[in-house]
Design a protein around this ligand. Structure first.
Ligand SMILES: NC(=O)c1ccc[n+]([C@@H]2O[C@H](COP(=O)([O-])OP(=O)(O)OC[C@H]3O[C@@H](n4cnc5c(N)ncnc54)[C@H](O)[C@@H]3O)[C@@H](O)[C@H]2O)c1
Length: 250
């Protein structure tokens, strides 16, 4: 078994650039919101969350990150995002995006503090990150479809809007990742299968990483397709680095 999802050309590019762009694209297609000047509260500063945060900032939004991992929270802060507990952020956000892989990330105590007109979207893979039962309970049946992918939950004079029924928003409201990033994901799959075919008998019986050479070859080809050239180590640099036992690409 080869863990293609963990290769560098998959994880960095598919998650950060693919999900980062397509999650916002899904949100914008569903709502036609203007991000500039809005406050986006992001739950989860992982591989995917980082992409969403960067792109939302680039579009003019103020981004607040909510995290439970101190290292990721610190990274977000040092990337110049605001970081705070969810209860505090709930009062500040215009748009809330969950991308944690966990459940009940947005729940009653947050819904109760949200501003009128807040928009809720999920980019994690399952529709459990936003607690839909609690959302329905709070609205007590006052739910209406206001746009094809937007449901309005009325909490008695204050409304919040749920996108794509809390399902993964870039797939439910958009077209998923652009082909220009999926090419690297599919190259990983294809070359990992070829690797298994060519070297299967010599490989250990466990979950393996994509070989570094395959990862680097995919990045090299992608650079070539973008018309980008890079330098190589000189023989002297190579010898110097290998004398320290250091890897040239980490
Ligand atoms: N929409 C897509 O196309 C797409 C693409 C890739 C991954 N995903 C999904 O996105 C989710 C996250 O993936 P990832 O690779 O970024 O994971 P990750 O593990 O790198 O990051 C998740 C982050 O969420 C944080 N977190 C967990 N519970 C939290 C909570 N209650 N509040 C705040 N933060 C919390 C974790 O500390 C972690 O930093 C997964 O469900 C994954 O399947 C979706």
């Amino acid at each position: 078994v080869v863990a293609v999802n963990e290769s560098r050309t998959e994880r960095t590019f598919n998650d950060r650039y693919g999900t980062g762009q397509s999650a916002l694209d899904g949100i914008l297609r569903a709502t036609n919101l203007l991000l500039a000047g809005r406050t986006l509260v992001l739950f989860g500063y992982g591989a995917t969350g980082k992409g969403i945060a960067q792109r939302a900032r680039g579009a003019g939004a103020t981004v607040i990150v909510c995290e439970v991992d101190p290292l990721r929270a610190l990274e977000a802060r040092m990337d110049a995002f605001e970081v705070m507990p969810a209860l505090e952020a709930a009062e500040r956000g215009d748009l809330f995006v969950t991308v944690t892989g966990s459940r009940g990330v947005l729940r009653r105590e947050h819904f109760e503090r949200m501003r009128d007109g807040a928009v809720l979207a999920n980019a994690g893979h399952f529709d459990v990150e936003i607690d839909l039962d609690e959302l329905r309970e709070l609205a007590g049946g006052r739910v209406r479809q206001v746009l094809p992918l937007v449901e309005e939950y009325d909490f008695g004079g204050r409304q919040v809007h749920l996108l794509a029924s809390g399902r993964v928003v870039n797939l439910a409201a958009g077209e998923g990742h652009p082909a220009a990033v999926m090419d690297m994901s599919f190259a990983n799959l294809a070359l990992a299968v070829e690797h298994l075919k060519l070297h299967g008998p010599e490989l250990e019986n466990r979950v393996l990483d994509v070989p570094k050479e395959i990862d680097e070859e995919i990045a090299r080809l992608k650079l070539e397709s973008l018309g980008v050239e890079i330098d190589s180590l000189t023989p002297d640099q190579r010898e110097y680095l290998s004398s320290w036992g250091a890897s040239s690409s980490d």
